[in-house]
Design a protein around this ligand. Structure first.
Ligand code: ZN
Length: 231
């Protein structure tokens, strides 16, 4: 029986779950919307649903799932398996996610910051393969950073090394999910880009963006690329 692991990406907008081989190949994946404004219980049920689908697929293919790893946004206590505070999923406050998933499936669960696990992934299997010092920057609902020095993931005393999204760049900038104003994330994440697209259309600043939205294009950085190409 082939031993596999479940890798789970819990994002502020979407969540995804994959069966992964020892070599880092994805054998099966499924995803759904996070709908982060809903109750913690509803979000947890969606997480369980995706894991269940993956376990069904594992059973069908005779894979043995030996571990579930969850990449979570925000500040965590990775030893206790708690999401302490997550600006993009505010209802997961002091949330014992590891224990809840472990109790449901009876499989060992470990959580870590989503960007840190992305950094480890790139370091082992992706763009950072073969290097010993890398910085991995992720731009999505928020902006995060993971740092590997001398082949070792850096955490820092409060497990917040690499949280570049919350550097203040503009003191009178927009309110950020963390409560401060003008963080990098509040200015340049995909959430911020969508807000700026909406503002530009509302204030009649861009005919091109307006027509792209009317055509049903998905708002985000890809839309900006298209708008620039059309100029
Ligand atoms: Zn912030």
């Amino acid at each position: 029986m082939q031993k596999v692991k479940i890798g789970f990406d819990l994002g502020g907008t979407n969540m995804g779950c994959a069966l992964v081989s020892q070599e880092g190949n994805i054998l099966y994946e499924n995803e759904t919307e996070t709908l982060a404004n809903e109750s913690a219980n509803n979000i947890l049920n969606r997480i369980k649903f995706l894991i269940n689908n993956s376990l069904d697929n594992a059973k069908k293919n005779n894979y043995q799932v030996e571990f579930i790893g969850i990449g979570c946004p925000g500040l965590l206590d990775t030893k206790k398996g708690i999401i302490k505070f997550s600006p993009n999923i505010p209802n997961f406050k002091d949330f014992y996610i590891s224990k809840l998933i472990e109790d449901e499936f009876n499989i060992k669960v470990k959580i870590d910051n989503d960007v840190r696990v992305a950094a480890i992934g790139e370091f082992l299997f992706g763009a950072g393969k073969g290097y010993s010092n890398i910085i991995c920057i992720t731009i999505g609902t928020g902006i995060g950073g993971g740092i590997i020095l001398n082949s070792k993931l850096q955490r820092g005393p409060t497990e917040s090394i690499g949280e570049i999204g919350h550097m203040t760049l503009k003191e009178d900038g927009p309110l950020c999910g963390c409560g401060n104003y003008g963080c990098l994330e509040s200015l340049a994440s995909s959430t911020a880009i969508i807000r700026e697209i909406d503002n530009a259309i509302k204030e009649n600043k861009s005919e091109i963006l307006k027509s792209l939205v009317e055509k049903g294009e998905k708002k985000g950085s890809h839309m900006l690329v298209k708008a620039i190409e059309k100029r």
